[in-house]
Design a protein around this ligand. Structure first.
Ligand SMILES: *Cc1c(COP(=O)(O)O)cnc(C)c1O
Length: 450
């Protein structure tokens, strides 16, 4: 029998043949515990053998439905055909030269794609890096050198990474920051328009939150000390919070009026995830700089800062870079991923996923009042769980119990949120609708069993 490979040829079915995790995963987990640092966790310790389309296969022969995409990374599916084809060809040609030593076309071609796909028709330039955190750090470097100012403004519930500067930018203490300080200075946090929890209600939230944020910036920092305002157009780790309408345009305008670089961190929300190339397009925002990573390269490590040419060119030659940034294999993979997004119209697929998921989740909310809020866009959908819809007291226990029940049935889901009470769904955009509905059936059964 010919061995099936991963990627699109993997059978698109859920199959649970052992306990999850099964005996072989448990053996590997024991080996892992002896040599892998405890600080590196895993949501579900099943060890992967192959993955593709909407499934992950494990060492025990189980096939799990994937509602996580490796945290919004494999939007085009694992081992997508064009990603494998282009990355394989590049691997055979050369694996590395360092773009700062001798350049290659793939890097330039990715920057051309970024210039074309990101919002705005102004002249744009990019620099490529390895991880999201590294891209955010470089956006700060570029904004500071451009403005000759130091302060950086971020928001409640924001997440920007785990390096020292990006820990400072990230809102949530546990697990990201606890014990790891001191943190980088000149970082200031202001309110975000979190409609579901806004005291005067979601209708007033956008303008009121923007007014509060702007008041704090002007009174506590001074607008002319601010180099950059950094925001996720849909906040990811913080709980898939879509800032209430009007908030983002008001903040972007304030940045413009005050010579502040407006940075959209689209690392999780970008590249078709929300049904648009970038989530900030939803309210017509044109950021000065945009950071991307996760979905950009079909699973290979690549990240970028893209923005107005005159801002990007503020940094002196040699001031930006890194040994591996824009690795040729990762660039080839990105070109394959972008080709897949265009050819399969993955924005349309993301919108269809939203339609199916929100329809099913709304029906569940009528039966299960523990679902306080359903939100998100495209294939970035979440439900916030509460003890009582009237008090909105966060219900992290329910989120944990539901995730556990889903995992046992062979559905991989992730949790998030400042209060740990959000179940988030990030399926690959290429998932079949039958698997999507089967996953939702499992979620519904898990609610019934709470
Ligand atoms: C994941 C994420 C990051 C950090 O990316 P890494 O590649 O993990 O460093 C930064 N910002 C946002 C919005 C993210 O979701």
């Amino acid at each position: 029998m010919t061995e099936l490979t991963g990627g699109p040829s993997l059978p698109q079915e859920r199959r649970v043949v052992t306990a999850i995790p099964g005996p072989k995963s448990l053996e590997l987990q024991a080996r892992r515990s002896a040599v892998v640092a405890a600080g590196v966790g895993s949501t579900l310790p099943v060890f992967t053998t192959r993955a593709g389309g909407g499934v992950i296969e494990d060492v025990d022969g189980n096939s799990l439905i994937d509602f996580g995409s490796g945290i919004a990374v494999t939007s085009v599916g694992n081992s997508a055909e064009a990603v494998v084809r282009r990355a394989t060809a590049q691997l055979a040609d050369f694996t590395h030269t360092c773009f700062m030593v001798t350049p290659y076309e793939g890097y330039v071609a990715v920057c051309e794609q970024l210039a074309e796909l990101t919002p705005g028709d102004h002249a744009k330039k990019s620099a490529l890096f390895n991880s999201g955190a590294e891209a955010v750090e470089n956006a700060v470097k570029i904004a500071r050198v451009h403005t000759k100012r130091q302060a950086v403004v971020v928001f409640d519930h924001g997440y920007h990474g785990r390096t020292n500067l990006t820990m400072a930018l990230t809102a949530k203490n546990m697990p990201y920051k606890q014990g790891f300080g001191p943190f980088a200075p000149e970082v200031y946090r202001v309110p975000v328009a979190y409609g579901y929890r806004w005291p005067t209600g979601p209708e007033n939230c956008g303008p009121e939150a923007a007014a509060q944020a702007i008041d704090q910036i002007t009174k506590q920092i001074g607008a002319d000390n601010v180099a950059a305002i950094i925001i996720e157009p849909v906040l990811g780790e913080g709980g898939f919070i879509e800032p209430a309408k009007g908030f983002l345009p008001r903040i972007a305008q304030f940045a413009k009026d005050n010579g502040i670089v407006f940075v959209a961190d689209e690392i999780q929300s970008g590249f078709c995830r929300t049904g648009q190339w970038f989530a900030c397009e939803d309210e017509g925002i044109v950021p000065d700089l945009i950071t991307t990573a996760k979905g950009i390269a079909g699973g290979l490590p690549l990240a970028a800062v893209t923005g107005r040419a005159e801002i990007m060119d503020s940094a002196h030659p040699g001031g930006l870079g890194g040994t591996y940034g824009g690795n040729p294999v990762a660039c080839a993979a990105a070109l394959g991923a972008i080709e897949t997004m265009r050819e399969m119209d993955l924005n349309a697929k993301a919108k269809r996923i939203e339609e199916v998921m929100k329809g099913r989740l709304a029906a569940m909310q009528e039966k299960f009042p523990v679902i306080g809020d359903i939100r998100g866009r495209g294939a970035m959908i979440a439900i916030e769980l509460v003890k009582d819809p009237a008090t909105k007291e966060p219900n992290a226990e329910a989120a944990g119990a539901l995730a556990k029940a889903c995992h046992a049935e062979g559905l991989l889901v992730l949790t998030c949120g400042t209060y740990g009470n959000v179940l988030r769904f990030l399926p690959p955009l290429v998932i079949g609708e039958d698997l999507l509905n089967e996953g939702l059936d499992i979620i519904e059964a898990a609610f019934a069993g709470l």
